[in-house]
Design a protein around this ligand. Sequence first.
Ligand code: PMV
Length: 331
Amino acid sequence: MLKATAVASPNIALIKYWGNRDATLRLPSNGSISMTLGGLTTETSVTFNADFQRDEFFLNGEPIFGDALNRVSNHLDYIRRLAGIDTSAIVESRNNFPIGVGIASSASGFSALTVAASAAAGLDLSQQELSRLSRLGSGSACRSIYGGYVEWHRGEGDEDSFATPLAKANHWNLVDIIVVIHKEHKATGSTQGHLLAETSPLQDPRVEDADRRLDVCRSAILSKDFHRLATVVEQDSNMMHAVMMTSSPPLLYIRPETIAVMKKITDLRSKGLEVCYTIDAGPNVHCICTPSFEQEVTSEFSNLQGVIDIIRAIPGPDASIIEVEATDPQE
Ligand code: PMV
């Protein structure tokens, strides 16, 4: 039997995924674009062994049970089915970044799990296939298969909804300064949140306008036009939070400190700094800036009341296998 270890980075969506056409298959209502967050990693080892009685999952050394274990186990089932095996596995996963700080650990988690588990099951899958499979575990995970700037195509169905690379990490050295305001675990996770998107009267217009925002974002990245990027990234984030706030029941992820940081960023940009904000399903703010303004942005927020941490990321690499070993050499 094989043990395989993979490493993957989370990503920040510049054009957001919110809402599914099919919740089980995680087929998104709209396409999305992200930047993979280098320097932040999830490292996951998967060992299949016929002697194991059931799947086990350890996160940062702690055994995990309940829904989180079931979600990992269900994901392993997709890979077992493809490989034609029914062997249980031990999954050991470690993040080098704190959980619950507005960095989606499910994206790096499920992409690292997919890459490690498929190699441990003896499958040799293309990045496209790995992206499609990762999507089944967590939608945004399909984007973490690639480094740099990545686009997830909405697709027509399960077969063609996957991510492709838009530009390599070294194409544009943007920096993500993550301003952490709150570390509590969120009350409504994204899987539940996606289910509520359709209850907002603003979701349909948000989805109908998505192709326009994707076009603007894609061309702003390719031409490295920061101003165009900033405008569409902030608009897209605000549109997603407008949907969240107008769902039934409403989801209010942002806090007063979030608004203070958002306001500060627009003020800084009006003074000529190349910086914009984007916020996922939590209160923390991702400040996307060009390297020339990194120092100024960081010092601006280090002293702001209510800020508890600042985490930095730059465009990162593809998800990859770092080790494969035979656990039973006689076989
Ligand atoms: O992949 P999920 O189910 O964790 O959803 C991610 C949702 C957002 O982070 C809010 C947006 C996105 O596109 O990453």
